[in-house]
Design a protein around this ligand. Structure first.
Ligand SMILES: NC(=O)c1ccc[n+]([C@@H]2O[C@H](COP(=O)([O-])OP(=O)(O)OC[C@H]3O[C@@H](n4cnc5c(N)ncnc54)[C@H](O)[C@@H]3O)[C@@H](O)[C@H]2O)c1
Length: 252
């Protein structure tokens, strides 16, 4: 196995399942020292077992609610203390709520901003001094929702992911002088625990596949394969950009 990340310390948020779990497995398989966290406990423990079973190195903390700035700061500092540095930060975790704009509960809007935008800012803000020491990479998870809208009820999600894409550009600008690169990965629909209700409904699944040029549902490995490349030295001239992984959904 290629060891592109031998002894690199990567902090991954939301390792309890989905793309965060896949990222933990794949980065660890390529030699990275993974530190994860999740607001949920059970899924995160399973991820730890899976990574260790394949011989990888991982520590996690749970439950950590990254929408709370104090918990975000504590996690980043505890995580950095384990191996004494941070080389890569993968902002993956998020949670959002949907409702039509006319009746969108204010509380749901605030929940979505807290758990899709604020947590990215908090974790990045507290990891920045560590990344600055030797340079590093920030991978932020956007969405095609942040570029093209999110369909019915998606006002909060679309706005939040648009903010993540914009924040990443800002981080790229401020990071360049410190040798910090920042990149957004914007998936289309991907089958994960977070989207299981849609992916497992035959009618919705068919509709989702029909929208893509490549006639299948995205899988976590489709997204994480790109994350591995973007975090590697092969991508050393890439920063501020937003990469879409959506089976061609937004290409036309
Ligand atoms: N799955 C898709 O179709 C899709 C499409 C576009 C973008 N994305 C983005 O990709 C990322 C991963 O998505 P996924 O489908 O794997 O999600 P998921 O819901 O399956 O997993 C996200 C994880 O983040 C954790 N989390 C949520 N809020 C948290 C908080 N405040 N503190 C700590 N942990 C928290 C959850 O507990 C969960 O384990 C998210 O940013 C999501 O918005 C997903």
């Amino acid at each position: 196995m290629n060891q592109r990340f031998k002894d690199k310390v990567i902090l991954i948020t939301g390792t309890g399942g989905g793309m965060g779990r896949e990222a933990a497995l794949r980065f660890a398989a390529e030699g990275a020292l993974v530190v994860g966290c999740d607001v949920k406990t059970d899924g995160n423990r399973e991820t730890v077992e899976m990574v260790r079973q394949q011989g990888g190195i991982i520590d996690t903390m749970e439950p950590v609610d990254l929408g709370d700035p104090d918990q975000a700061q504590r996690w980043v500092e505890d995580a950095a203390a384990i191996h004494g540095r941070i080389d890569i930060l993968y902002n993956n975790a998020s949670a959002c709520r949907f409702a039509p704009i006319e009746t969108f509960p204010i509380e749901d809007w605030q929940f979505t901003m807290r758990n899709e935008v604020n947590l990215v800012f908090y974790v990045t803000r507290f990891a920045w001094p560590y990344l600055k020491r030797q340079g590093g990479v920030i991978l932020n998870t956007g969405s095609i929702a942040g570029m093209a809208g999110s369909g019915p009820g998606g006002a909060g999600h679309a706005a939040a992911k648009g903010a993540v894409i914009a924040l990443t550009k800002q981080l790229a600008q401020e990071g360049a002088e410190h040798n910090i690169r920042a990149v957004t990965i914007s998936p289309g629909f991907v089958q994960t625990p977070g989207t299981a209700a849609h992916a497992e409904n035959p009618e919705i699944r068919e509709m989702l596949i029909a929208r893509n040029i490549i006639k299948r549902i995205g899988q976590p490995e489709d997204v994480v394969a790109l994350a591995l490349f973007l975090a590697s030295d092969e991508a050393s001239f890439i920063t501020g950009a937003n990469y879409v992984v959506d089976g061609g959904r937004t290409s036309n």
